[in-house]
Design a binder for this molecule. Structure first.
Ligand SMILES: [Zn+2]
Ligand SMILES: [Zn+2]
Length: 146
């Protein structure tokens, strides 16, 4: 079984994930872009039972970015750590940027492409979704095919 570790920039906080990550997507929503200061956030959903803080959890801070979502970050260095959901306490959103190793599974596509950065062009050929991939999400052609 895969075991992954991750840490924040100042290394005060360390965490461990046991088992394979859920589907990995690049999220282009404006909240993820602002939270990470980047064109997009590469993230996966995992089960809460797969995750544990190894060190430094006394340095965690949280911010309610929406009614049901808490963004957890390091209060020393400000690194973005995990997302938790008040209505789904069994799940955690994990950004891949803090991991020490490569996960076994690969990035599956892009979501919230409808609100992506105007200065960033997606050209990897992976599926793109205006919002979440699902029954009412519109699949877009990748930009290099347009
Ligand atoms: Zn830190
Ligand atoms: Zn997002």
């Amino acid at each position: 079984m895969q075991k992954l570790t991750g840490r924040c920039l100042c290394e005060a906080i360390e965490y461990e994930i046991t088992g394979e990550l859920g589907p990995i997507f690049n999220c282009h929503c404006s909240k993820c872009r602002r939270w990470h200061g980047a064109a997009f956030r590469t993230r996966a959903t995992i089960k809460s039972s797969q995750f544990k803080w190894v060190k430094g959890d006394e340095h965690l801070s949280g911010y309610h970015s929406s009614e049901n979502t808490v963004k957890t970050f390091c209060s020393i260095c400000g690194s973005s750590l995990i997302s938790t959901y008040d209505e789904s306490p069994d799940k955690i959103g994990i950004p891949l940027g803090g991991l020490d190793q490569a996960p076994d599974n690969k990035i599956e596509g892009h979501f919230f492409v409808g609100s992506k950065s105007p200065w960033y062009e997606i050209d990897d050929g992976l599926p793109q979704y205006d919002e979440f991939p699902g029954s009412h999400a519109k699949v877009r052609e990748t930009s290099h095919q347009e």
